[in-house]
Design a protein around this ligand. Structure first.
Ligand code: PEP
Length: 260
């Protein structure tokens, strides 16, 4: 039986005023399902990190950031370093979300630098991978994901993986924000493939310990069946994480899906 815990993360993207972000965090603290065995992270924009961090302090929820730059400090206007994030008690950092890959044209080599700096900063890196609809239709899902993993994870120290500080999020681009969710079977197939690739790099034992999240239009209604798949160890949630009742329902689903 797997010993992996579920990781449920809410990616708030570039949404919410300060007041609404505070209200959402406060609502989630109140509604957090009692006895949930899942690890939970809230991932607001940079400007809301400090306020959200203060609200969830002492709750089971952890703080995450949507991005980080790989340099430590200096003339990098508009960027935020891992050191600055760690100072705000950020524990998770997304790397290579598809919106950054496709809208902001972030490359695999840039993402690799970011991922290594997140790990060097003692935080957990969540590397997002996934294919576009055209790539899926062209039977390229595995080759796309394999390339993203190979470049993104180059040089990752085994110690960071042993400490549980590497998470992979499989997010098919065609399912993000579209209302289309991969079926549990479609997602499981790719998750299993990802775990095989991880085994190739880190060995079978370590690969079994890595949490692999699914993301793409997850709602509380779809959470349980996705989490019931053997290699789905959590969910990265966008739109539904902005609604207290939906996100609390997704966290609650983790308590009744396969044994954690
Ligand atoms: C995401 O932002 O990672 C995501 C999966 O978004 P949504 O749930 O809205 O598809």
């Amino acid at each position: 039986m797997s010993t992996r815990k579920f990781l449920i993360a809410g990616n708030w993207k570039m949404n919410l005023s300060h007041a609404k972000a505070v209200e959402l965090a406060q609502g989630l603290v109140k509604q957090f399902p009692a006895g949930s065995p899942a690890q939970v992270a809230l991932i607001p924009t940079f400007v809301h990190l400090e306020a959200v961090g203060a609200i969830i302090k002492g709750s089971p929820m952890k703080l995450g950031a949507q991005d980080a730059y790989f340099e430590k400090h200096g003339a990098f206007t508009g960027e935020v370093s891992c050191e600055q994030l760690a100072e705000l008690a950020v524990q998770y950092v997304l790397v290579g979300h598809s919106e950054r890959r496709h809208i902001l044209h972030e490359t695999d080599s840039l993402l690799n630098k970011k991922l290594l700096s997140v790990l060097a900063g003692n935080m957990t890196a969540v590397l997002c991978v996934g294919e576009t609809l055209d790539q899926r239709k062209g039977n390229q899902t595995q080759s796309v994901v394999q390339t993203q993993l190979q470049h993104g994870l180059a040089g990752v120290p085994t110690g960071a993986v042993e400490q549980g500080r590497l998470v992979i999020a499989y997010e098919p681009v065609w399912a993000i924000g579209t209302g289309l969710t991969a079926t549990p079977e479609q997602a499981q197939e790719v998750h299993q493939f990802i775990r095989e690739r991880l085994a190739g790099q880190f060995g079978q034992g370590l690969a079994q310990s890595v949490q692999i999240q699914y993301g793409g239009s997850v709602k509380k209604a779809s959470a349980h069946s996705l989490l019931s798949q053997p290699d789905i160890d959590g969910l990265l949630v966008g739109g539904a994480s902005l609604i207290v009742e939906e996100f609390a329902g997704i966290i609650a689903a983790a308590a009744t899906a396969k044994a954690a």
